[in-house]
Unconditional design. Structure first.
Lengths: 156, 781
């Protein structure tokens, strides 16, 4: 079936099968391999993207249900002025190790900050509870999100 | 927008005053050279690699633990439209391969030995068709009686899973018989007399669970043959050189006909050593005549990765009533599963590290790796030491309780020092366990808290020792035409920040800005040997190779510039990428000018070479695997855990966690802190939550819900202190840190739980069920 969705500002027309999930459409049809598949069961969070601004695990979203919607992936977060503050925070605070969870982690953190611009550490933990990281032990990820919150507050 | 300033973390220094030369690039928390690509989704991991026209593969895994294959009918699978190749054991080379012991074939021949043994594989135009074709393969089996634990496998008259175990080729000789694929034994002094003369002798059995490395990136690779018939494999590996050699050996083709290109590696932790999917994918590509991609699902990842093997360790320790250790005896049994893989190595490491950091006048230890029909276990971060130290460090607490001495006092009274010998090592050097212990006890408030934490709360300690450095590495560093500097090495970046640290080392040696140094993407055609990003060795060994190569290049630059400037080599130096007279920063030559002079002159291009072997830097090698000195140095550390238990539910909450590590020199403190925080988190997983449940040879929880990884809700803030006293051998004095942090949580948490509950759980993970059972068992009536 034909669907049309807006991915990172570009209209994408693709043919998808009825059971196809968004992560596969993004990676294989749109060629956007930034979003990662870690489990395909919604347990690791590596495939997190924003669907009409809200975070979803794209391995559990049927592509047909994204018809007409807007998708933001990790590739769409930085703009011509540079990295998004969350990306800056992850780089500066050493929150990136192997980097495989990073795209999902960054997208979820972006959603957390949209909801709560001045989060406590506990709110960050609650917001990122569904995103697994095997490398960092999460300490520097919390610091990265706090640093991003500060940067965004300064910009505002 | 402005990035926040890169901060240097607070570094606690131990009691010895370190020498602190003023470094420009070493010791700085520079941001990682790969992080922008990783936060923008630009990095290409093994799962992100696709070739036009490639096929997709699926494996048919054995669904029974032990059976004879009567026949395999692939006709229906082959007839399915879109299927391009089906292979079985008949297509696999006869020669066995394996990194320690050559005991496996690419696909099962004649017998399957575990649920997950590879029986057949399909390449098709889509993954879905390949999956469907796999379901059409019909295998007739004759079931055999499986050996489901090491006790059964060790029993007299047990069926032999590998009747030829003694004849298999091995990397070096060691004892093999029955279902034992490795046995080793070492002794010092007279243990029996020591026990007879001890005031207290205590014996117990400890068990550690099977743990999945669980990198968030599952295994994936692509293999294809080019027009010349040369194999190229794109994969994620911790060991480029070893993968290259093992792949060629498994396929029985010369290494010159094989090219391995590592892609970004989304986590290793011991799960991406030597080869895994590569030989099978290449075999399929050969059969199909087209490139093939093979990628594991998360469930297959549990079955197909060689997980940390479960160990059973019997330990008996003796002491005097005033807390002097007299001797110990340890018997280690590791479940190797169906094939030896790295369990030979981990069982050996457990033997080497069985004494921990203590002076035992007498010691006796035996270790055995035993074949069973359980999953094909391997190794994980911590490599045998994690199992051995869990047994020793928890048993020390039990011993301390028995002689009514504080466990910290008992440890402090028996620590090894420089010049002492462990069971498998020559004299130790750069020992800093006393400093890490005193720092950790002080920073955690141990002495104030001990005994006064209130009901259901407890504090526990664990001392850590782990080898640093292993075997050899090489690197080249060249001066580019524009004066920038290019490092080439086979050391892969698996997420630890290795490449950033290598660039810091080269920048420091040459005194060039760090953004003028590159680390090339490793690949087997253009980079010479490196053992890999394993064994807490990469900064220590590969960093040494890069240091030597850069020093070589520096000497060549200086010589060339001195001749051009008309002076002696010792009259010039390099500052900020400019070669100048030692007496003046003015004048001289840029590195670009030096490059031009050499390339277009008689000198030729300037290239530095560095070859490093941990072996040859000792007359009397330190450390040992099979009582053979192959480890150049050791890293020490101390962890302190504080917990609260709920005696009603068995739940354990971590109140505070302190980790102090002897690191030699922190070349990048931020990256190093990341290793400690991440290692502690993984250690907490194995201490409290993570265990592959195996019943009748089958993994019951092969998914990320039932197999419980630590989440951001579980891991506490870790209070980190470093002891920085430069090591005699490491680059700029650096030791390794990759594995050390994972060693502490098992015993420190178990000891804290025992302090809180009065009950020692002798098995990790300490699940709520195990804790409740132990509490019940200790309650009278």
């Amino acid at each position: 079936m034909d669907i049309e969705l807006n991915v990172n500002g570009d209209m994408l027309h693709v043919v998808v099968s009825p059971g196809e999930v968004l992560i596969d459409t993004l990676r294989e049809s749109a060629g956007l391999t930034g979003s990662k598949k870690g489990c395909a069961t919604g347990d690791c969070g590596a495939c997190t993207v924003l669907l009409d601004g809200r975070p979803v695990t794209s391995c559990l979203v049927l592509s047909v249900s994204a018809q007409g919607k807007g998708v933001t992936t990790i590739e769409g977060l930085a703009d011509e002025t540079g990295l998004h503050p969350v990306q800056e925070g992850f780089v500066a605070m050493g929150a990136v190790q192997c980097g495989y969870c990073t795209p999902g982690m960054v997208m979820m953190a972006t959603a957390v900050l949209a909801e709560q611009p001045h989060p406590t550490d506990a709110q960050i933990r609650a917001g990122l509870a569904g995103n697994l990281c095997r490398c960092t032990g999460y300490g520097k990820i919390i610091a990265a999100v706090q640093s991003a919150a500060l940067m965004m507050a300064e910009e505002a | 927008m402005a990035a926040p300033e890169t901060r240097d973390p607070v570094v606690e220094v131990g009691t010895k005053e370190p020498t602190k030369p003023a470094y420009k690039y070493v010791g700085k928390s520079v941001t990682r050279i790969d992080s922008v690509a990783k936060v923008t989704g630009a990095s290409r991991f093994s799962t992100d690699f696709y070739l036009k026209g490639m096929l997709h593969a699926k494996i048919l895994f054995s669904d029974r633990p032990y059976a004879r294959i009567i026949d395999i009918d692939i006709s229906k699978a082959l007839a399915l439209p879109g299927v391009k190749a089906v292979i079985t054991g008949d297509d696999a080379p006869i020669r066995r391969y394996g990194v320690y012991l050559k005991d496996k074939t690419i696909l099962a021949k004649g017998e399957v030995r575990y649920i997950g043994d590879r029986v057949a594989a399909v390449a098709a135009v889509t993954e879905r068709i390949a999956e469907q074709a796999v379901s059409l393969i019909k295998v007739r089996y004759e079931d055999l009686d499986p050996l489901l634990d090491t006790t059964a496998a060790l029993k007299e008259g047990a069926s032999r899973l590998h009747p030829d175990v003694a004849e298999y080729e091995a990397g070096f000789p060691y004892i093999r018989y029955g279902n034992v694929c490795m046995e080793a034994e070492l002794a010092r002094g007279d243990v029996a007399t020591a026990f007879a003369e001890s005031d207290v002798v205590l014996e117990a059995v400890y068990r550690t669970g099977a743990v999945n490395q669980a990198p968030i990136e599952p295994h994936a690779c692509v293999a294809g043959f080019d027009h010349r018939g040369r194999l190229t494999v794109w994969t994620a590996t911790q060991q480029l050189s070893v993968c290259h050699a093992e792949l060629a050996a498994a396929l029985e083709i010369p290494m010159v006909d094989v090219r391995v290109i590592p892609l970004e590696c989304g986590g290793g932790f011991g799960g991406k050593l030597d080869t895994n999917l590569e030989p099978l994918t290449a075999l399929l590509a050969q059969k199909a005549g087209r490139a093939v991609r093979l990628a594991m699902t998360r469930e297959e990842e549990f079955v197909a990765a060689n997980n940390r093997a479960p160990f059973e360790i019997k330990i008996k320790l003796g002491a005097t009533s005033d807390g002097k250790l007299t001797g110990g005896e340890v018997d280690i049994v590791a479940d190797a599963g169906a094939y030896a893989d790295h369990v030979v190595g981990t069982a050996s490491h457990a033997l080497s590290s069985s004494e921990g950091v203590y002076r035992f006048p007498s010691w006796k230890v035996r270790t055995r790796a035993v074949y069973t029909n359980n999953p094909d276990y391997g190794c994980m971060r911590g490599y045998g030491t994690i199992q051995a130290l869990f047994a020793l460090e928890t048993h020390l607490d039990a011993l301390a309780r028995k002689i009514a001495i504080d466990p910290a006092e008992l440890r402090l009274a028996n620590l090894v020092e420089d010049g002492d010998e462990l069971i498998s090592s020559a004299a130790l050097h750069d020992v800093h366990i006393r400093e890490t212990m005193e720092t950790a006890l002080d920073r955690s408030g141990y002495w104030e808290k001990k005994g006064s934490m209130g009901p259901n709360r407890g504090i526990g300690i664990a001392n850590i020792v782990k080898t640093v450095g292993l075997l050899s590495s090489s690197a080249t560093v060249r001066l580019n035409e524009d004066g920038t500097v290019a490092i080439t090495t086979a050391a892969v970046e698996i997420g630890c920040g290795t490449h950033t640290v290598l660039s810091q080392i080269a920048a420091e040696v040459l005194d060039v800005p760090i953004d003028r140094v590159s680390v090339g993407a490793p690949e087997s055609d253009s980079t010479a040997y490196d053992l890999g990003s394993i064994a807490s060795r990469t900064v220590f060994d590969n960093g040494s190779a890069v240091r030597l190569a850069t020093e070589d290049l520096r000497a060549k630059i200086v010589e060339c510039a001195a001749r051009e400037l008309g002076c002696d080599a010792d009259e010039v130096m390099i500052t900020e990428g400019r070669v100048h007279d030692v007496s003046s920063l003015e004048g001289g030559m840029t590195l670009e000018a030096v490059a031009g002079t050499s390339i277009y002159g008689a000198e030729g291009p300037l290239v530095g070479f560095g070859v490093w072997s941990a072996y040859r830097h000792h007359d009397d090698p330190v450390g040992g695997g099979f009582a053979e000195g192959i480890y150049p140095t050791f890293g020490f550390g101390t962890h302190v855990a504080e917990v609260e238990i709920d005696p009603g539910t068995g739940q354990v909450s971590i109140l505070d966690y302190t980790a102090c590590h002897d690191v030699g020199k922190a070349i990048n403190p931020m990256a190093l802190e990341g290793q400690i925080e991440g290692g502690v988190a993984q250690g907490l997983g194995g201490a409290l939550w993570e265990e592959m449940l195996v019943s009748d040879g089958r993994i019951l929880n092969p998914n990320l819900v039932d197999y419980r990884l630590p989440t951001i809700m579980d891991v506490p803030r870790v209070q980190i202190s470093l002891v920085e006293v430069p090591d005699a051998l490491g680059p700029f004095g650096a030791k390794g840190i990759g594995e050390h942090p994972i060693l502490g949580p098992g015993p420190s948490i178990a000891n804290a739980i025992a302090d809180a509950s009065g009950v020692l759980v002798n098995q990790i993970p300490v699940t709520p069920e195990r804790l409740l059972d132990a509490i019940d068992a200790s309650t009278p009536g």
